[in-house]
Design a protein around this ligand. Structure first.
Ligand SMILES: NC(=O)c1ccc[n+]([C@@H]2O[C@H](COP(=O)([O-])OP(=O)(O)OC[C@H]3O[C@@H](n4cnc5c(N)ncnc54)[C@H](O)[C@@H]3O)[C@@H](O)[C@H]2O)c1
Length: 307
């Protein structure tokens, strides 16, 4: 399948392009600047240019578009810029895809749409799945909710399948190896201090697993994914102790239903993606970080394993 991936030079885009190319897709990456990706036809373009984007997609005539480009970190730009940039880019890319007759379009949303960034937030129930209420608490989360509704609008009005996914905190292969994450700390530091991972409710996903999800989404029958959203996360929590032991101190918004989480179970459920698409993650922090964890963390991990 010929697939266009926007945001191809980013943390997630690089792995999505590599994964799709490895599974036999013809991949065209669009970003402001190329990243030098092997086996990917990279095009430099500013997707804020609506006419240019429409011309480019009409010329490329892809069968599928995966829209990842945007401002990916809350508060990394003025709130108004995040809202306007992310929502405008998504509408531009989805409208250009529809105009070019693309029949498979997947856009990146975020788990932040449920609203956990606000100190006043309380989970309706844990584990959190796709039925959880949405209460965005900053412009980034609001932009993602608008993107989800934009996807649904195209799903209602356009032939083909339009859907979205909510990748958890994306960890790229180089970040497992020690490169700084989007917050500046390393993955070993994020695990050693539960307060760091609690900010995103201990969620994470390996970028290659997110790529596997995209591949599975593209292969699924249209009626299973059209207008639908999916949480995409790891099978465990990013924590050396069970979330049921940590939430009272570090994530009180989860509330007492978090006591139901057993062992390594993550806060965000990935059952829907498993049931509908047959997708399950293959990577977890214990194996990926084995070479990088500190002696203290390694000891805790061993205890958790035998618990
Ligand atoms: N990284 C995460 O933990 C995470 C979690 C949930 C959702 N997401 C979403 O996934 C997507 C990808 O995230 P990421 O971590 O790879 O972000 P990233 O910042 O690493 O990559 C985003 C890419 O979009 C490109 N881009 C931005 N504006 C553009 C424009 N006008 N024209 C062309 N390209 C443009 C950037 O150059 C960049 O390469 C984003 O939509 C993000 O909101 C990411």
């Amino acid at each position: 399948m010929r697939v266009v991936v926007t945001g191809s030079s980013g943390r997630l885009g690089r792995s999505v392009c590599a994964g799709l190319a490895a599974s036999g897709h013809e991949v065209v990456g669009i970003d402001l600047a190329p990243a030098g990706l092997e086996g990917v036809d990279e095009r430099g373009a500013d997707l804020a240019d609506a006419r240019g984007t429409e011309r480019m997609l009409a010329g490329l005539r892809p069968e599928a578009v995966v829209h990842l480009a945007g401002i990916a970190v809350p508060f990394s730009a003025p709130e108004r810029d995040i809202l306007l940039t992310n929502t405008a880019l998504a509408h531009t890319v989805l409208a250009a895809s529809a105009a070019a007759g693309v029949t498979r379009v997947l856009a990146a949303s975020s788990p932040t749409v449920v609203g956990y960034s606000s100190p006043a937030w309380r989970a309706a129930s844990v584990p959190i799945d796709e039925r959880h209420p949405l209460e965005p608490a900053h412009a980034y989360a609001l932009s993602k909710l608008v993107i989800e509704e934009t996807v649904r609008m195209f799903s209602r009005t356009t032939a083909g399948a339009f859907g979205f996914f909510r990748p958890c905190y994306v960890v790229s292969p180089e970040e497992w190896a020690g490169a700084p994450t989007q917050q500046g700390h390393t993955m070993a530091e994020r695990l050693a201090d539960p307060a760091l991972a609690a900010v995103s409710l201990f969620n994470y996903v390996d970028a290659r697993d997110a790529a596997g999800f995209v591949d599975a989404w593209l292969a699924a029958p249209g009626e299973l994914v059209d207008g639908e959203g999916f949480f995409v996360g790891a099978a465990d929590a990013l924590a050396t102790r069970p979330v049921a032991e940590l939430w009272r101190e570090f994530a009180p918004g989860l509330g007492e239903s978090a006591d139901r989480l057993t062992g390594r179970e993550p806060v965000f459920a990935i059952r829907k993606a498993a049931h509908r698409l047959g997708w399950t993650p293959r990577h977890d922090w214990r194996t990926e970080l084995a070479a990088a964890v500190s002696p203290t963390t390694r000891g805790t991990t061993a205890e958790t394993r035998t618990a």
